[in-house]
Ligand binder design. Structure first.
Ligand SMILES: O=P(O)(O)OC[C@H]1O[C@H](O)[C@H](O)[C@@H](O)[C@@H]1O
Length: 297
């Protein structure tokens, strides 16, 4: 659908409008409860700001907005693998979902919440990478809180094994003064240190250097302490949590991130990766959910 058709079919007067940005289609949401921006490219939520609060998501001002690139910041949807593809097989980092155009299936205002569903089915790129019999529905409920539901269905004839992540970049005042509660004494794999298995200290986590930690079999809720506010992530059907900040060392390798931007965000990711990957029998489906709420410290 072109912009006119999208606005005719799914636009909500004064609440939800589709527009072009750099050749990509995005939608802007404005309600008494929040403002939000979603790109159909990657079903990428780049902005969510409850009324009266600071923006919750970080977006890099050097991000590419191009059909073959992932947006840096917001919430990249990683599917059907996380990080580099396993087994040395070809394919983009974090899978193809974040660099494919998704379709709008549903948009409505219910009370003060906008309910939006975007879908992704097999594309030329996914088929070229061996993914044919799947469908993904991504439901967002945008209001004072944010609910994200990623449902994957197997329409193929064989088993479908996949990884997934909502790679959320939270905007924070200063990462070295930010606490992450909920991962106390938790086991993690340290991707910055040869995949060694380690355990976090018994108190809330404060990052002090380049961080790339995968917490397997971890269903805990996490709460980010960002100065006067807290950001809580409650999740279901997600067995992996990932915490990432590139720090100075990692940032220099990322062309789409200002080298001094890293103190302003932390990624706390709702995921199913590695041993927690999902395997679906034909006609089966699985839903992973994250719910993000703001509070006072
Ligand atoms: O640069 P990207 O492909 O978006 O990946 C950014 C980061 O994502 C995750 O958090 C991974 O654990 C990291 O290893 C990776 O560097």
């Amino acid at each position: 659908m072109n912009l006119t058709e999208l606005n005719d079919h799914f636009g909500l007067s004064g609440v939800l409008t589709f527009e072009d940005h750099n050749g990509l289609t995005r939608l802007q949401v404005k309600t008494p409860a929040c403002t939000a921006t979603v790109y159909l490219h990657g079903a990428h939520l780049t902005h969510w700001q409850p009324t009266g609060a600071q923006p919750v998501l970080f977006l890099s001002d050097r991000s590419d907005f191009a059909p073959d690139k992932a947006i840096r910041g917001g919430i990249p949807v990683c599917f059907p693998w996380f990080g580099p593809r396993a087994g040395g097989k070809p394919g983009p980092s974090h899978g193809f979902a974040r660099i494919q155009p998704w379709e709008v299936a549903f948009a409505a205002l219910s009370g003060e919440n906008v309910h939006l569903t975007l879908t992704l089915g097999p594309t030329a790129l996914s088929r070229s990478l061996g993914f044919d019999g799947f469908r993904v529905a991504y439901e967002m409920v945008l209001g004072k809180k944010l609910t994200l539901r990623l449902t994957v269905a197997n329409y193929g004839e064989g088993m479908l094994k996949y990884e997934e992540a909502l790679h959320t970049y939270f905007s924070i005042g200063e990462v070295r003064r930010t606490t992450i509660a909920g991962l106390e004494s938790a086991l993690f794999v340290d991707k910055t240190d040869g995949l060694k298995e380690k355990e976090t200290p018994p108190e809330a986590l404060i990052l002090s250097g380049q961080t790339d930690r995968v917490f397997p079999e971890n269903v805990s809720s996490t709460t980010i302490g960002d100065g006067p506010r807290t950001i809580t992530i409650n999740k279901s059907n997600s067995a992996t949590t990932v915490v990432w900040n590139p720090w100075t060392e990692g940032s220099v390798t990322l062309k789409d991130l200002r080298p001094d931007a890293w103190p302003g965000f932390v990624c706390v990711e709702t995921a199913n990766t590695g041993e927690d990957a999902i395997t679906l029998a034909p006609n089966d489906a699985h839903t992973m959910q994250a719910e993000i709420t703001l509070g006072k410290a």
